[in-house]
Ligand binder design. Sequence first.
Ligand code: SAH
Length: 246
Amino acid sequence: MAIHDFTSQRLFVPDSLGDGVRFSCTPDQARYLRSVLRLGEGDEILIFNGRDGEWRARLHEAGKRGADLETVALVRPQAGGPDLHYLFAPLKRARLDYMVQKATEMGVSRLVPVVTRHTVAERVNAERMAANAIEAAEQCGVLRVPEVAEPVKLAALIGNWNASRALIFCDEGAEQTSPLAVLATLKPGPLAVLVGPEGGFSPEEREMVRALPQATAVSLGPRIMRADTAAVAALALVNAALVDWR
Ligand code: SAH
């Protein structure tokens, strides 16, 4: 594994990237580069867009406040990453921000807010979630930024389930058996992990999810965690058992 460059600053840009690409930064990006990072003419920064890999880019001042960025070299090619959806009952703002950032760091490809009976925050700010995913990707050098889906009700999610995707159901009411043994029975392929709200799943919801042929219920251990803690615990388990070493 290449030694990771944790020191260089990273900036997410929407622009297509390639050899000899030069583009003007938005006013916000220019302010961040020139005033916050205090970069000047000829300074370099790492940039990525989630599609074309990570590039070293050179800053060219444009007037008093503007900035252009010009690609210098490809540093890391775009890596695919696991086909891993993270399905979660939306949480209150600070915990949701945290959970989106951790799921992004854990390499999920798609974030799906799922409205359940005990969900506390029905309205979800997709822009805020996307901004948190980008911030986590910039800080941790994650090259693929997860897509943020529109909220979906649990019944609709289960009712339209894609039969090719395994659903790992984090069930706080699951029988106490090792999740590693359970996960080891799953074949490689598209995955989804489902974690409930602070108030947990209702009995009817638990029954509905368990009835899905693609669903596998797992216990995350004898301790009941908060939903944002469960996100990290579940994704660490799934990555270890089914993703990172397969
Ligand atoms: N009803 C309880 C649990 C909610 S925890 C309460 O209110 O305290 C929130 C979610 O985290 C659960 O729905 C589940 O998806 C997950 N979770 C927490 N601890 C878990 C465990 N030990 N095993 C499986 N899932 C767990």
